[in-house]
Write a protein that binds this ligand. Structure first.
Ligand code: TMP
Length: 251
């Protein structure tokens, strides 16, 4: 039988750390939305796949998505943002709006219906990427970024966000070993990427309830284990079976 993972989700404003009113503290019932974040080369996509596989072993089949992308419209926007020939003169404002457009589509076409069906959702990047890349690294007005993020996601603020922290040197050596063609954002300056790394660290500090930072230089196994521990802490029903046996054996 599929375990019952229902939990309460705070409203958008409450989880995004805005000033709360009594209405904001209202809780709605929803399934977990989990996101992975970090600078290029931090290993988040590997961890997204590992977490999905681990949940499947617990008989939970999560919906795995990515940003930008995850829908036909979103994937076309992804191409425009990253590799298209037309993107060379793209302004920071256009870039911001395109990421939000992809996100609005993803939330309404995929995330909202999946959560309503009672599925877990794991997303490779979400609005924290916009806060960090367009807000901090591109230096766009943080108030505008915050309100566009809220407009795009509605009540769908992640229940748990993992930031894989990595230093620029490690990221560069990992990216250097990749064969894929670098995209427009990967081609940005070192200073840009250093701002991204710092902004993720600030985010984890400022939103420590929702955002968990893990050292991205650790082995993939060690990162997976830490992420799983965090998940079990928040969703104790996961600890009911295999995981608790493993942790008892290893202690
Ligand atoms: P990736 O998912 O393969 O890491 O590529 C996505 C790229 O887009 C990455 O450079 C981060 C960037 N990005 C933003 O700048 N803002 C956003 O809101 C999102 C979702 C991604």
């Amino acid at each position: 039988m599929r375990p019952n993972f229902r939990l309460t989700r705070q409203t958008n404003k409450a989880k995004m750390g805005c000033s709360t009113t009594a209405a904001d503290c209202r809780k709605i019932v929803a399934m977990p939305l989990i996101t992975f974040e970090g600078a290029e080369g931090c290993g988040k996509s590997t961890q997204v796949n590992r977490l999905a596989a681990r949940l499947e072993k617990e008989r939970i089949k999560p919906l795995v998505l990515r940003e930008p992308g995850g829908t036909a419209i979103g994937e076309a926007i992804r191409h425009l943002l990253q590799h298209s020939e037309e993107n060379h003169g793209m302004t920071a404002e256009t870039e911001l709006l395109l990421f939000e457009a992809s996100r609005s589509q993803l939330v309404r076409e995929k995330i909202q219906p999946a959560l309503a069906r009672g599925e877990w959702v794991i997303c490779d990047r979400f609005f924290d990427s916009t806060t960090v890349y367009q807000g901090a690294a591109r230096n766009l007005d943080p108030k505008v970024v915050k309100s566009l993020n809220a407009f795009a996601v509605g009540d769908h603020v992640p229940d748990l966000t993992f930031v894989l922290d990595i230093d620029r040197g490690t990221a560069q050596s990992r990216l250097g070993n990749r064969t894929k063609i670098r995209d427009r954002l990967e081609e940005e300056s070192d200073a840009f990427h250093m701002r991204v790394i710092q902004a993720y660290r600030d985010l984890a500090k400022n939103e420590s309830k929702r955002v968990v930072q893990i050292d991205g230089r650790l082995s993939p196994d060690a990162i997976e284990q830490q992420a799983w521990h965090q998940l079990v802490n928040r969703f104790p029903v996961l600890a009911g079976n295999r995981f608790s046996k493993i942790s008892r054996q290893s202690s």
